[in-house]
Design a protein around this ligand. Structure first.
Ligand code: SF4
Length: 280
C-alpha cells in the first residue's frame, strides 16, 4: 500500500498565525480570555484552546469583560464597535489576506462600484466584509445566481478567500457581459489555490482519497467536493476514529489531505490509523 500525504495538508499561514496569537494570549492574559466564535473550524483545536483557558463565545454580548480575540475570518463593523464600547481588550487575529479582501471591498464601494462577492453569504468572513459596505452588495454562491443579477454600470468583483478559482472564473465570465465597467480583484488566497491544486493532483493518482477536517469546515468540504469529482472513493473524516476499514479494502494507493484548519496531530493520527488498517 502506498500512502500519498499532501505537502499542504493542515494549517495554512492565517490559521497557524491565529493559533499562535491565541496561545500567546493565554500566557499573557490567563483570566477572561475569549474568542468571538470558535477560533478555527475544528472542534478538537477549539477544545485544545479551551484547555488553555481560551473560551469561545458566539456573541460579544456574552463577553462581560477581559479580552476578545477576533479570528482569522475577520470581524464585523458592528462587533468591532460593540467590543470597543464595552472596553474589551481587543486582539485582532484577522488573517492579513482576509484584511486585504476587506480593503478591496471598501475601495470599490468608495469608488462607486456595486460589489459582487463570490462566496457563502452566511460565512463569517463574507458577513464581515458585507458589514463594512452599506449598500450595493450581492453575494453569489454559484454561476446561476450571478446570471440573475445586473446589469451594472460599474461592478467590482472579489471572492471569499477560500473559494475555488473555477467558480470565480465562471462568475466573472457571466458578469463580463452584464457590466459596462468591471473591476476584478482576485482575493482568493494562494494557500487555498495551491491546496486545491494539490488535492486534484493527488486525487488523480490514487484509488481512495481521505480528506481530514472539521465537519463544520467550509474549506474541508470544498476540498472533499473537488476530490470527489475526480475520485468517487473520497471520504471526509474529522478524526481517525471515523475511518472505515472497508473504505481502504483492496485499495493500493491512498491519498491523504487535510483542510486548512486541521491540526497536525489529527493528521498524524489518521496517517497511523491508515497504516494500521493496511497492515498485512
Ligand atoms: S486560507 Fe488563506 S486567507 Fe484563509 S486564513 Fe488561511 S491563509 Fe488566511
Amino acid at each position: 500500500m502506498k500512502l500519498v500525504i499532501a505537502k499542504s495538508a493542515g494549517f495554512c499561514f492565517g490559521v497557524k498565525r491565529a493559533m499562535d496569537i491565541a496561545m500567546e494570549a493565554a500566557k499573557k492574559y490567563p483570566k477572561d480570555l475569549h474568542t468571538l466564535g470558535p477560533l478555527i473550524h475544528n472542534p478538537q483545536a477549539v477544545a485544545f484552546l479551551e484547555g488553555l483557558g481560551v473560551k469561545a463565545k458566539d456573541r460579544i454580548e456574552h463577553i462581560p469583560r477581559g479580552t476578545v480575540i477576533f479570528r482569522s475570518h475577520g470581524v464585523s463593523s458592528k462587533d468591532l464597535k460593540k467590543a470597543g464600547e464595552k472596553g474589551l481588550r481587543i486582539i485582532d487575529a484577522t488573517c492579513p489576506i482576509v484584511k486585504r479582501a476587506q480593503l478591496f471591498a471598501k475601495y470599490l464601494y468608495r469608488h462607486g462600484y456595486a460589489l459582487l462577492i463570490v462566496g457563502e453569504a452566511q460565512h463569517p468572513e463574507v458577513e464581515a466584509i458585507c458589514s463594512y459596505i452599506q449598500e450595493r452588495v450581492d453575494v453569489v454562491e454559484d454561476v446561476e445566481a450571478a446570471k440573475t443579477l445586473g446589469p451594472w454600470e460599474k461592478l467590482g468583483i472579489i471572492a471569499q478567500t477560500t473559494q475555488s478559482i473555477n467558480l470565480f472564473r465562471g462568475v466573472v465570465a457571466v458578469c463580463l457581459e452584464r457590466a459596462k465597467e468591471l473591476r476584478i480583484f482576485n482575493t482568493i488566497c494562494r494557500a487555498t489555490t495551491n491546496h486545491q491544486m494539490e488535492a486534484v493532483e493527488i486525487a488523480k493518482k490514487v484509488d481512495c482519497m481521505i480528506v481530514v477536517g472539521g465537519h463544520n469546515s467550509g474549506n474541508t468540504q470544498r476540498l472533499t467536493a473537488i476530490c470527489k469529482d475526480i475520485q468517487p472513493h473520497t471520504h471526509h473524516i474529522e478524526t481517525a476514529q471515523e475511518l472505515h476499514p472497508r473504505w481502504l479494502a483492496k485499495k493500493e494507493k491512498i491519498g491523504l489531505i487535510a483542510g486548512a484548519s486541521t491540526p497536525s496531530w489529527i493528521i498524524k493520527e489518521v496517517e497511523l490509523q491508515v497504516q494500521n488498517l493496511k497492515k498485512p
